[in-house]
Design a protein around this ligand. Structure first.
Ligand SMILES: *Cc1c(COP(=O)(O)O)cnc(C)c1O
Length: 374
């Protein structure tokens, strides 16, 4: 349902708003925590905490008890550090561009993704540096040292001691397909690597991995998208949506049957229609592919307790929704684009993509309203 008009949003000139439920975020964190116990639960807050804002996310998760965060970039690590002075913060992209001194100064821990980075860290590390993760590639073929490299490195006890490793990490490529044979292949390789580094805590599972069996959890689980209300796995989810995206109706107009709507005359009104014009478009992250054509209805939106389809192409700042069956629809109404009634992954699927991509790119021009604990 659309939340009632209130305060800043009612007088706002923005085309829409994101309402971010920090209570849902921390509830999700606790739900995943129960799922993976006795493993410890961290949180991945890269890409501005999947679009919701890294500072409020880290503040809320810290208050809920989260002590370990993962970011992609040093800059994100610095932002997280300002609001979580005591947390362990790992930088997944490692030592890009000679950032070791910056990481050490801010007490950030690099994820060492290659032997080159291992060497750089051996040179740069200071005794007071708080830690580092070693990333072992077990089959994603993206970042990380190979199993053979890991075993050779482990044999050099002197070097390993100087790395100050606090985590052995690997990343699952296919965890969202529990039956995928690559999961077991990666697990077997990870176990072999772990055996070569006794005593160092392990981290293997992302959101989808948290919902695989316990052998995939390791000591520290690192979910991202599950915390932010995106799909994490198959099946029905006990997790709550965190972000509600709404756009404002600018106008409601009549369109005679047989008249085309919007650019390219891509969709024609099949009946005499009432059409709401929304103040949001692809510049706000609503993908153009989710629009309607004569062959395919547009994505579903939600207003006045009902679903209604986009009609015609999504333009940069505007798009149209068919409100013929919703006589209450009027200018000023807020229309849900995704949120409690429309899972972000449904909207994403209408555009041929995944919830992650929608969440991380949505609503730059929208107002932001934070609700729940902070
Ligand atoms: C992004 C990322 C995660 C979190 O993945 P989700 O699917 O969002 O849970 C975990 N580990 C690594 C290495 C990542 O890059």
């Amino acid at each position: 349902m659309s939340p009632p008009e209130s305060g800043a949003a009612a007088t706002s000139a923005a085309g829409g708003r994101l309402t971010i439920d920090l209570q849902a975020l921390t509830d999700n964190w606790r739900t995943v925590g129960r799922q993976v116990a006795p493993a410890t639960l961290g949180a991945v807050v890269k890409a501005d905490a999947y679009g919701i804002g890294i500072e409020p996310a880290v503040r809320a998760l810290s208050a809920a008890g989260c002590k370990t965060f993962f970011v992609a970039l040093a800059d994100e690590g610095l932002r997280a550090r300002r609001v979580a002075p005591d947390a362990a913060i790992y930088v997944l992209n490692g030592l890009i561009g000679g950032t070791a001194p910056l990481l050490i100064a801010a007490d950030l821990r690099p994820v060492l993704n290659s032997l080159l980075e291992v060497r750089d860290w051996l040179t740069a590390r200071r005794p007071h540096a708080s830690g580092a993760a070693l990333h072992i590639d077990t089959g994603m073929n993206r970042l990380g040292i190979s199993l053979e490299e890991a075993k050779a490195l482990a044999a050099r006890r002197d070097l390993v001691a100087n790395l100050g490793l606090t985590l052995l990490m690997s990343h699952l490529a296919c965890a969202d397909t529990p039956s995928h044979p690559r999961n077991a292949v990666q697990l077997a390789r990870f176990r072999e690597a772990v055996a070569a580094f006794p005593g160092i805590p392990t981290s293997f599972a992302n959101s989808a991995g948290a919902f695989l069996s316990a052998e995939y959890h390791g000591d520290l689980v690192r979910p991202g998208v599950a915390l932010f209300g995106g799909r994490w796995s198959n099946g029905s989810s006990p997790l709550r949506p965190v972000v509600t995206a709404e756009a404002r109706l600018l106008a409601v107009r009549e369109v005679p049957a047989g008249e085309p709507l919007g650019y390219g005359a891509a969709e024609t009104a099949k009946r005499r229609s009432r059409v709401g014009i929304l103040a949001a478009g692809y510049a706000d992250g609503f993908h153009r592919l989710a629009g309607g054509t004569d062959d395919r209805p547009g994505a579903r939106l939600f207003l006045h307790g009902s679903f209604a389809n986009l009609i015609g192409r999504v333009s940069m700042d505007l798009m149209a929704v068919d409100v013929t069956d919703l006589p209450q629809a009027k200018p000023g109404d807020l229309v849900e684009l995704f949120g409690p009634n429309i899972p972000v992954d449904e909207m994403a699927a209408a555009a041929g993509t995944i919830g992650y991509e929608i969440l991380t790119g949505f609503g730059r021009r929208f107002d932001r309203l934070y609700a729940g604990t902070e």
